[in-house]
Ligand binder design. Structure first.
Ligand code: AP5
Ligand code: MG
Ligand code: ZN
Length: 215
């Protein structure tokens, strides 16, 4: 099952991908998570990426293409992949097609999770994250114990880029550079729209209804 989860910041890509990866037993590949791990570890890549991420701008294409090429070559991707946050520009999408052709795992479906702007801002302002990858929302998806991860017991934190001015910039970057990919994948016949509003469980079952066709 070869899938891209597409959508603006806060659409619920990470929330859904985590459950989908468990359900279908395929790896969840989030370029945002990979970049944040590099920032935390202080790698050269992390140092380069941090400046862009803190401003809500996209990290340069050549960096991302290198990351995704290496990640897709790992053996856990043999049964398929669930990409979250990649591709975000036309050059990234073109590079992805070329990489996938070489490894013989062409993309089967691009799920476009649709949520209105104001809802996105509310979701991101209230998001609390855990380093284990879980994400919560103070109101919409709270942990059992305030500020503590249900999955691993660690203390939750807010992402550096979940400040309102940076969120607005991320939405602008999305509209300018990423949204054009909707037509790109529509023209290839790969795009399926998903209504990203409503309960997390409902969105999950809508996505499963689509993905079950690719099992
Ligand atoms: P990245 O980490 O990918 O961030 P993003 O695209 O801005 O998306 P988010 O992770 O913020 O949103 P999400 O859709 O995963 O939402 P979530 O499920 O958490 O990228 C960060 C940065 O890295 C970029 O700005 C860029 O600098 C760089 N980068 C990464 N990839 C790149 C690339 N390919 N090229 C260039 N640069 C790149 O949900 C959000 C909140 O809503 C949570 O609190 C959640 O609990 C809640 N929620 C989820 N679903 C629902 C629901 N149905 N109802 C109510 N609340 C919900
Ligand atoms: Mg995410
Ligand atoms: Zn945790």
């Amino acid at each position: 099952m070869n899938v891209v989860l597409f959508g603006p910041p806060g659409a619920g890509k990470g929330t859904q991908a985590k459950e989908l990866a468990k359900h279908y037993q395929i790896p969840h590949i989030s370029t945002g998570d990979i970049l944040r791990a590099n920032v935390r570890d202080g790698t050269e890549l992390g140092k380069e990426a941090k400046g862009y991420m803190d401003k809500g701008e996209l990290v340069p294409d050549d960096v991302l293409i290198g990351i995704i090429k290496n990640r897709l070559a790992e053996s856990d991707c043999k049964p398929g992949y669930l990409l979250d946050g990649y591709p975000r520009t036309t050059p990234q999408a073109d590079a992805l097609s070329a990489i996938l052709e070489v490894i013989g795992m062409p993309l089967e479906v691009v799920l476009n999770i649709d949520v209105a702007d104001e809802e996105l801002v509310t979701r991101l302002c209230g998001r609390h994250m855990c380093t284990c990858g879980e994400s919560y929302h103070m109101k919409f998806n709270p942990p059992e114990k305030e500020n503590v991860c249900d999955a691993c017991g660690a203390e939750l934190y807010q992402r550096d880029d979940d400040k309102e001015d940076v969120i607005r910039q991320r939405l602008d970057s999305y509209k300018e550079k990423t949204q054009p990919l909707i037509n790109y994948y529509k023209e290839k016949g790969l795009l399926v729209d998903i209504d990203g509003t409503g309960a997390i469980d409902r969105v999950f079952s809508d996505i499963c209804n689509i993905l079950d066709q690719y099992k």
